[in-house]
Design a protein around this ligand. Structure first.
Ligand code: FPP
Length: 240
């Protein structure tokens, strides 16, 4: 994959991959069939990033609320994540993709966490595109964990409460090494944030599309990314 840059294009795109279940149900198949179809789309979108100048891609794979689904679906998704990492590992390393995971790992099974750690380590030297996968991720959970870690730092005397500002808190977030997303895309026609990157998307542009995630192509991704350049981002300031 060759690296090119696009003037004014989004550097960091985050995606809420929604609609897998409905896509499967419309075909009379179990919901997991939709998740498997959805997983295939991730590779296509990752591969489209360099030519579009997108350096960072963050995808929402499993939320802190998704545990409420049936045991079959949750177990199937966890197995899918394990298989995905095992299957894609080599291609990701060779394609120059640096993979990171965000979210609370405490509730995840050891086998999966070991694979996540391994993939992060194996791709640590890559820099062409930074793919972040959110598993057991929730924005409130992330900010709460960050606040707790910060409180421990204060208690240990390593941080003075009067020095705490927004940048200090951001350093304790899972995303501390990532820029904030410029653009957040949600598929499947729902216009909600659903606890995704709450802190980080304060000034992001949002794009809600009707397409169900398993039907979302690199072409549609490219169109949305290109149309972003026409937007006027002011970050609360007035136009000059
Ligand atoms: C939301 O659709 C999707 C999920 C909860 C799972 C997302 C997982 C993948 C796309 C596959 C794995 C990805 C990686 C990176 C390994 P939904 O089930 O809520 O759909 P619905 O709203 O139609 O029910």
């Amino acid at each position: 994959m060759a690296e090119t840059s696009e003037a004014k294009g989004p550097r960091h795109v985050a995606v809420i991959m929604d609609g897998n279940g409905r896509w499967a149900q419309m075909r009379g198949r179990p919901r997991l069939f939709g998740h498997h179809a959805g997983a295939k789309r991730v590779r296509e979108v990752v591969e489209a990033c360099p030519a579009l100048g997108v350096k960072y891609l963050t995808v929402f794979a499993f939320s802190t609320e998704n545990w409420k689904r049936t045991q079959t679906e949750v177990a199937g998704l966890m197995k899918l994540f394990r298989r995905y990492i095992e299957k894609e590992q080599r291609a990701l390393v060779e394609a120059g993709v640096r993979v990171r995971f965000i979210g609370d790992r405490v509730k995840l099974e050891d086998k999966l966490v070991a694979l996540m750690d391994e993939l992060e380590l194996l791709t640590a030297g890559n820099d062409l595109i930074h793919l972040t996968i959110a598993i057991n991720y929730g924005g409130r959970n992330e900010v709460t964990r960050a606040a707790k870690r910060m409180a421990f730092e204060v208690q240990a005397g390593r941080l003075r409460p009067e020095d705490v500002d927004a940048e200090t808190l951001a350093r304790f977030l899972d995303t501390h090494v990532l820029p904030d997303p410029d653009l957040v895309i949600r598929t499947s026609g729902e216009a909600r944030i659903s606890n995704f990157l709450l802190w980080q998307s304060a000034y992001s542009e949002y794009e809600f599309v009707e397409t169900l995630w398993p039907d979302f192509t690199a072409e549609e991704f490219g169109k949305i990314v290109k149309s972003y350049a026409a937007r006027d981002r002011r970050f609360g300031a007035v136009r000059v």
